[in-house]
Write a protein that binds this ligand. Structure first.
Ligand code: IMP
Length: 427
């Protein structure tokens, strides 16, 4: 029962979509386990280019069943749009299933995300404003409306009435904005229920059956380890755990069922939104990386902050995820540099440290300590065999393997499926 977890190892946007699309060719089932439509998983394959927010990136593999797990918060309107677009472009969504336990994003979550961000002023988190934080807060506060609730209209109305009453009090009395209409929200969500009902399942049973039959299962994470609410740069984090462990809860698969954990790293670092990023380059090198890699958010279009590979952050990520292997994406973006830097420690208040502090104010004060490596200054995007990579590129990859203490399984040298080098087998 081979289960592979594919998780973001940095601040999100590492290229999980491409890696999952690739590995899904050999998998029977792909389950997304965290986040919501704050994610934007880019996939380029024979069907075209896609920016998926909710549908698992395995949807392009014709025999693979895709599940949106219980740990995802679903905006039904976004999901329906995404499904319609996929269907229109010839990608069947009949193999897509939704956990009836997944919480839904409601209109008040989106409103409150924006209002809360505004009220934070200069301390805004820089959220995607998709309602993610408020929806996860409601889940834990037991105020959530779940996908399965859409199937029982009477119960939905009763639940919505009491929750909306409370939310409208906050909207009107705290933020001074107009209340939401129960009738409008109810009828809208009843329509969503009609469209999504046929896709809802008890997905734990589906997973169990696939595992019993020895089928290969992929767990697709969203965001990245350094946005984890416990281990990331709190409070500048997202609201669900993007870690391999979070994936056990978010998919409904116990930790002993996971055979491999593949961490996806970009060959450099990016971050979008607020919060510290010790290797951020606020100079022309940062602009060069952004321009060359077109580092703009798939979900919000915001420019991503770019910087050198951060080995301190990567080590934390490897420890808390327990990687058995890694995928290094966008190696080709470094092709033209004569020298490359890797941050191997931080200077903090006059000391040199080799760990990622838990306190965000300390991370803000960390200055990167770099080691330098030679660049390869040769195009790599047409290379398919590891041995054919220039020596300096192999040295760079070897250095990353030392840092994260696991083998690199996959190297990506471009966005399309075939621009991939399989360095070592995952199993
Ligand atoms: P939220 O998840 O929308 O609440 O945003 C919280 C933080 O996580 C912000 O800094 C976002 O920019 C960041 N974030 C959320 N989702 C992603 C993602 O998929 N990629 C990169 N950053 C993300």
């Amino acid at each position: 029962m081979p289960v592979i977890a594919v998780v973001g190892a940095q601040w999100g946007d590492e290229g999980k979509g491409k890696v999952v699309d690739l590995l899904a060719q050999e998998a029977s089932l792909v389950v997304r386990f965290s986040g919501g439509d704050n994610a934007g998983h880019t996939v380029v394959n024979p069907y075209g280019e896609f920016g998926l927010h909710l549908v698992p990136s395995g949807i392009f593999s014709p025999h693979t069943v895709c599940i949106i797990g219980n740990g995802v918060v679903i905006n039904p309107s976004v999901l329906i749009d995404e499904m319609n677009q996929l269907d229109q472009r010839g990608v069947a969504t009949t193999r897509l299933f939704i956990s009836d336990r997944a919480n839904l994003i409601m209109p008040y979550h989106i409103l409150l995300d924006g209002l809360e961000e505004k009220s934070r002023g200069g301390k805004a988190i820089g959220t995607t404003r998709k309602g993610i934080g408020p929806a996860f807060a409601d889940k834990v506060a037991r105020l959530g409306i779940r996908a399965g609730d859409l199937l029982d209209r009477e119960m939905l109305l009763e639940r919505l009435r009491s929750v909306l009453d409370y939310k409208n009090t906050i909207l009107t009395r705290v933020y001074g904005v107009n209340p939401l209409s129960l009738d409008e929200v109810y009828s809208q969500y009843c329509q969503y229920g009609e469209r999504l009902g046929p896709h809802m399942r008890e997905t734990v049973v589906m997973l169990e059956e696939a595992l019993k039959q020895g089928k290969r299962v992929l767990r697709e994470g969203a965001q990245g380890a350094l946005l984890d609410p416990d281990f990331g740069t709190y409070p500048y984090t997202t609201s669900s755990s993007p870690l391999a462990g979070g994936g056990c809860l978010g998919a409904g698969l116990g930790p002993t069922r996971i055979n491999r954990v593949v961490g996806v790293f970009k060959s450099y670092c990016t971050r979008v939104g607020s919060g510290p990023m010790p290797t951020e380059l606020k100079d022309e090198t940062g602009d060069l990386i952004r321009g060359r890699a077109h580092e703009y958010g798939t979900t919000t279009g915001r420019p991503r902050r770019c910087g050198w590979f951060d080995a301190v952050a990567a080590r934390l990520s490897a420890q808390i995820n327990g990687f058995t292997g890694a995928a290094v994406t966008r190696l080709d973006i470094l092709d033209d540099f004569s020298r490359l830097k890797i941050c191997i420690g931080y200077k903090l208040d006059g000391r040199t440290i080799d760990y990622f502090p838990g306190n965000v104010a300390e991370v803000e004060r960390c200055q990167p300590v770099y080691e330098e490596l030679d660049g390869w200054q040769t195009p790599t995007s047409n290379i398919r065999q590891y041995e054919q990579l220039p020596l300096e590129a192999r040295q760079y990859i070897n250095r990353l393997e030392e840092i994260i203490s696991c083998p690199v399984n996959i190297i990506c040298v471009g966005p399309s499926r075939e621009q991939t080098i399989r360095k070592t087998p995952i199993f």
